[in-house]
Write a protein that binds this ligand. Structure first.
Ligand code: SAM
Ligand code: SF4
Length: 454
């Protein structure tokens, strides 16, 4: 007979004096944060309460990121720190999940050096959490699940969302692109899209619950629809979402330049609800490096795209990801990246020094570029972008932004994001958090703008 693991764990917890508290800590990208919300949702079904305080928790899940080495080092540092907690509370469960958990080498290392961890599980095993917890509670042995389940779309798992006013909605999972530096296709598997009905249904539910901003999530959102029975692509999905009734706005993260068609930009331009802001990851401006990265576009094609996007949306805000120091990148290659950064005038760049990921194609290249040179280029890029933002943000002086407030900055400011994804600060009360308000920009910095409520 098949065990109902949710009920079985509930029964075990019901014998305790108080319901156990769980703490799920997600590292890395928005997709991971969204997965973490579904882990919390399952723990609640098993009878747990939720806390952000690890010291108060009876179950801790570290929902990890494997994209760069420093993310992994941070996770191992945090796992190490949990040893003391476990000594004080031997009955607590510690689990390591997410992208690092999917790599078999993680379970091996944890088994050998971090014996206070009870469970290691990968991204494919997210839905298996009730079984894993049940096994850890009943068998009292180290539980590992790194099996590949490539067809899962994680439907019908309830999510415990940290905010009511904004939400991430996964439209697809996995990635087929195999950019040569990237571990994601190995730890998140092949690309699979959710059905449009399920996506629309989820968005309608969120909007009727008061959600004001929906972020569509996927590793390559604009290849959405491949493999689905119904013939649908990302522009068509955007059109359908734009037609949903209600007072909300839509963003998405991340599109891939190779799939950014004119129709994709046209739909954003014509829409009422989609923010006029696009994250278009460049990675490098050198055609030689782009080829080595397996990105499948050239610098010229990228610039044509930006030109078209700005033609149909003159106020469009553009951000990007850049990797500095891909193996054997020369200063000449790096200069091509600077050329594009200067030509596009991004509103924001997320830059990373290349990090070698074992198992990827790029990890096999013998790299002759020194770490010092990479560091210097990285600092040069930041300085160039700082100057651009300083100048470029001045265009917002006097502009009126619709700002969704979501936090505080220093003591005196409430902060939020405009539709253009620009950090906007106003003086006001914390009650503004969770509300969308009109703001007139009165001052600009190179990373944010300040304004007043209208
Ligand atoms: N799928 C998205 C895309 O292609 O833009 C983003 C995925 S990845 C989690 C986010 C960013 O991390 C990438 O755009 C890239 O700039 C960076 N990244 C990925 N692998 C990296 C590596 N090995 N070293 C440094 N940065 C990396
Ligand atoms: Fe990684 Fe490239 Fe896929 Fe983005 S598109 S997740 S960078 S392989």
């Amino acid at each position: 007979m098949e065990i109902n693991y949710i009920q079985a764990v509930r029964d075990i917890f019901a014998k305790r004096e108080a319901p156990p508290l769980c703490c799920v800590h997600s590292y890395g990208c928005q997709q991971n944060v969204s997965d973490g919300e579904k882990l919390k949702g399952q723990l609640c079904l098993m009878g747990c309460g939720v806390t952000d305080d690890m010291t108060a928790a009876d179950i801790i899940i570290l929902n990890t990121c494997a994209v760069r080495e420093n993310a992994e080092l941070k996770v191992y540092g945090n796992i190490g720190e949990l040893k003391r907690l476990k000594e004080q509370k031997p009955d607590m469960l510690i689990a390591v999940g997410g992208c690092m958990g999917q790599e078999p080498k993680t379970a091996e290392k944890i088994k050998k050096s971090y014996r206070h961890v009870d469970i290691v599980f990968g991204t494919f095993a997210a839905k298996e959490l009730p079984r894993l917890i049940y096994e850890a509670l009943t068998k009292k042995e180290f539980i590992v699940d790194t099996a590949e389940r490539n067809t899962e779309c994680f439907e019908d798992i309830p999510a415990v969302r940290s905010e009511k006013y904004k939400a991430g909605v996964s439209i697809m999972y996995g990635c087929n692109n195999f950019c040569s530096y990237c571990i994601v296709p190995y730890v998140r598997g092949r690309e699979r899209s959710r059905s449009p009905e399920k996506i629309i249904e989820e968005i309608k539910r969120l909007v009727s619950d008061g959600c004001k901003e929906i972020m569509l999530l996927g590793q390559n959102v604009n290849s959405y629809g491949r493999g689905l029975e119904e013939k649908i692509d990302f522009p068509e999905l955007l059109r359908r979402i734009d037609n949903i009734d209600g007072d909300f706005r839509v963003r998405f993260m991340s599109p891939h330049p190779k799939d950014a068609t004119r129709e994709f930009f046209d739909v954003i331009a014509e829409s009422k609800k989609i923010c006029k802001s696009v994250h278009l990851p460049l990675q490098s401006g050198s055609d030689r490096i782009l080829k080595e990265m397996n990105r499948r576009y050239t610098a010229e094609q990228y610039m044509d795209m930006v030109e078209y996007a700005r033609k149909v949306m003159p106020g469009l805000s553009i951000s990007t990801d850049i990797i500095v120091g891909f193996p054997n990148e020369t200063y000449e290659d790096f200069s091509r990246t600077l050329d594009i950064v200067k030509a596009v005038k991004y509103d924001n760049i997320f830059s990373f020094i290349y990090s070698k990921r074992t198992g990827t194609k790029a990890a096999e290249i013998i790299d002759h570029t020194s770490e010092e040179d990479k560091g210097e280029r990285f600092r040069e890029l930041l300085a160039v972008q700082r100057e651009i933002s300083e100048e470029h943000y001045k265009r917002f002086l006097g502009a009126e932004f619709d700002v969704l407030f979501d936090g505080t900055y220093k003591e005196e400011f409430i902060s939020g994001k405009s539709g253009e994804f620009i950090i906007t600060l106003v003086k006001g009360s914390p009650e503004l958090i969770g509300t969308m308000r009109k703001v007139r920009v009165t001052k600009t910095h190179n990373w944010a703008v300040e304004g007043e409520l209208i």
